[in-house]
Design a protein around this ligand. Structure first.
Ligand SMILES: Nc1ncnc2c1ncn2[C@@H]1O[C@H](COP(=O)(O)OP(=O)(O)O)[C@@H](O)[C@H]1O
Ligand SMILES: [Mg+2]
Length: 348
C-alpha cells in the first residue's frame, strides 16, 4: 500500500429501482469476487415511489445513507439504467474496416432508433464475426441510452460524492449475476415493484427484451382493494403469506394473486411463443428474480402454468462469502441481483 495513495478497496454496484436503492460491495481476492457488504435503502411504499424517482437530491441522499449504514468504503460505482429506458438492437455489418466500425454502427443504428441519434449515448460490442464467401460478417449488439438520463445519473453520483465508472443496462447485470458463462437459451424475468423486465438470452446476449408495467405493487393494491385493508396492511399480508399462498385454502387470496399475475404470465407466454415460433428454437428455463420473485411459491406456480423449468436465480453464484451467511443471503438474493451483477462488472 502506498503512503499517499490508497488502493481501490472495492466496487459498488448500485441499483436504483422504483422501490429504493440497493447496493452490493465487492472486492477482488485473486480472481474471485468477494462480498464485502450489501445494503438497502428504506423501503419506499407504493405511494412514495413515483415522487422520489425525479428527485436527484433525494436519490443521492438515499445512496449516501445506505452506504453509511452498511459501512461501505468503496467509492467506485457501476450503476444501472432501467431496462425500459435503454434501446438495444443487433445489427449486421459486412466487410467493414476496423477503424470504421464506430461510424458504421452509428449509421446502421440511426435507421432503427426511434429517437434522434444526437439524443442518445451509443455503446456497442461485437458478438460474432465470421467469414462467408470471403466476406467478413460482423454481428454487433448496440445499446443506446438517453443522453438526459446519463446526465441525470452523473449528477446524482456527483452529489453523492462517488465516482461513476460505468453505466449499463439492467439486463446485462442480470446476465452476469445469474447466468455467468451459461450459453443455453434462458428467459430471465425480473419482477420488481412497479415494472417487470422479461428477456430471452441466447448465447449470453439479450435477444428479446420487454418491460411491462406490472410488479409486486399491483398485487398489494389488488389485495388492499379486495380485502378492504390499507396498502401498508396489504403489503404486510403479501410478505406474510404462507408457503402455499397461491394454492391457499382462502380462495379469495389465491384468486387475487393469480389475477394480479396474469399479465405477467401472458407476457412470458407471448415472448416464448415469439421466440420459439422462429424455427427450432427452445427456451430451456426461466430464471426468476427481482424482489417480487419472493412471493411465496411463485416459481412452482409459474412452472406449472407455463409447463417449464422455473427457478429463482442465485445472485451470489459468482461471489464468495462466509458460509454462515448463506441462509440470509439466499433470502435476499432476488432483491440484489441487479446490484450484484453491476458490482461484478469489474471482475470480467
Ligand atoms: N418477501 C417478499 N415477499 C413478497 N414480495 C416481496 C418480498 N420482498 C420484497 N417484495 C416486493 O418486491 C418489490 C421490490 O422488488 P425490487 O426488485 O427491489 O423492485 P424495484 O427494482 O422495482 O425497486 C416490492 O413490490 C416488494 O413488495
Ligand atoms: Mg429492479
Amino acid at each position: 500500500m502506498g503512503i499517499l495513495s490508497s488502493p481501490e478497496t472495492g466496487y459498488l454496484g448500485i441499483d436504483m429501482g422504483s422501490s429504493g436503492v440497493k447496493i452490493v460491495e465487492l472486492t477482488k481476492v485473486g480472481d474471485q469476487a468477494k462480498l464485502l457488504s450489501y445494503g438497502f435503502s428504506e423501503n419506499l411504499t407504493p405511494d412514495a415511489e413515483v415522487k422520489w424517482r425525479n428527485d436527484n437530491d433525494k436519490i443521492a441522499e438515499l445512496i449516501v445513507k445506505t452506504i453509511a449504514q452498511a459501512g461501505m468504503k468503496a467509492t467506485s460505482v457501476v450503476a444501472s439504467l432501467p431496462a425500459y429506458s435503454v434501446f438495444s438492437s443487433i445489427i449486421n455489418l459486412i466487410d467493414i474496416d476496423k477503424e470504421k466500425i464506430d461510424q458504421a454502427v452509428e449509421w446502421e443504428t440511426k435507421k432503427v432508433l426511434p429517437v434522434p441519434i444526437e439524443d442518445v449515448v451509443l455503446e456497442w460490442r461485437l458478438i460474432e464475426s465470421r467469414l462467408e464467401n470471403n466476406r467478413e460478417l460482423l454481428k454487433i449488439f448496440v445499446i443506446a441510452a438517453p443522453r438526459v438520463l446519463v446526465t441525470k445519473y452523473q449528477d446524482i453520483f456527483k452529489k453523492a460524492k462517488l465516482k461513476l465508472i460505468n453505466l449499463e443496462s439492467e439486463t446485462f447485470s442480470l446476465i452476469r449475476a445469474l447466468m455467468g458463462r451459461d450459453k443455453t437459451t434462458i428467459m430471465i424475468a425480473e419482477f420488481g415493484a412497479t415494472t417487470t423486465n422479461v428477456s430471452i438470452i441466447e448465447r449470453g446476449i439479450p435477444f428479446l427484451n420487454r418491460s411491462i408495467e406490472i410488479g409486486g405493487d399491483n398485487l398489494s393494491k389488488i389485495l388492499a382493494q379486495k380485502m378492504s385493508i390499507s396498502l401498508e396492511e396489504a403489503e404486510q399480508l403479501k410478505f406474510d403469506l404462507g408457503i402455499s399462498a397461491i394454492d391457499s385454502a382462502d380462495s379469495q387470496i389465491s384468486e387475487t394473486i393469480q389475477e394480479s399475475l396474469s399479465p405477467l404470465v401472458n407476457e412470458i407466454k407471448y415472448l416464448i411463443g415469439l421466440y420459439q415460433g422462429r424455427g427450432d428454437k427452445k427456451v430451456e428455463k426461466l430464471i426468476l428474480t427481482g424482489g417480487s420473485a419472493l412471493i411465496s411459491n411463485l416459481a412452482n406456480y409459474l412452472s406449472r402454468i407455463l409447463n417449464m423449468n422455473v427457478i429463482v436465480g442465485d445472485s451470489w453464484s459468482h461471489i464468495s462469502y462466509p458460509l454462515e451467511l448463506k441462509p440470509l443471503l439466499t433470502e435476499i438474493s432476488p432483491r440484489l441481483s441487479v446490484a450484484a451483477g453491476l458490482a461484478l462488472d469489474r471482475f470480467e
